[in-house]
Design a protein around this ligand. Sequence first.
Ligand code: ZN
Length: 216
Amino acid sequence: MTITAVADVALAAFTAAEGPTEVATPDDRETGCARCGRVTAVMIPVGRVISRRFTGFESWTNLAGRQLCEVCVWVYRHRPLRTEAHIVTRTPVTLTPAGPQQLRQVLSTVVDADTAVLVPLRPGRKHVLPDARWGKVTVDDTALSWTAADAVRLQVVRRLRAHGFSETMLRDDSPAYSVLSRVVADQWPQVFDDWNHLTPWHHAGPWFDVGLRASR
Ligand SMILES: [Zn+2]
């Protein structure tokens, strides 16, 4: 059986970057890829791909396997995936590095079921793509839903930053007077209203971190 590129985010990203490849389900688990369970023409022993300090086994579906397929090898070796945000789509398959501007664009609305957003919050530390799912924003340890309310909160963060509030200030429960005092008084109600809109993010660190990244 041949697997199509839309099956999962890792395969779609690989196809967009490297071109289509033959991916199939093996007859027995031991010959399958340790992470995804599938086979490709080239298979590489696990120990040649991951280091002894590797900890991401929770996304591995086939611990009977001793090798990784060429898709999963690429997932672990393609360094930009660990250092930069990326957007993956499945119809058509695309993989796009995402700076703040591209992040803002994709997060300005609900992340749809044909899109996956990858945001390594501590660049270089974690592999994000193995855990990525369609319709989610995947950060170091979690896949986040990005709702219409989150899109609005991102707008709010941008508005407050335009007033001069720093990222550190935005994490406080109330606006810093040093900045507020420079805002014309008739805009204060809007500032306080905006600040209240951020309350859910004050209790949801990863969403806030992604929002801050996209507002830079
Ligand atoms: Zn694999």
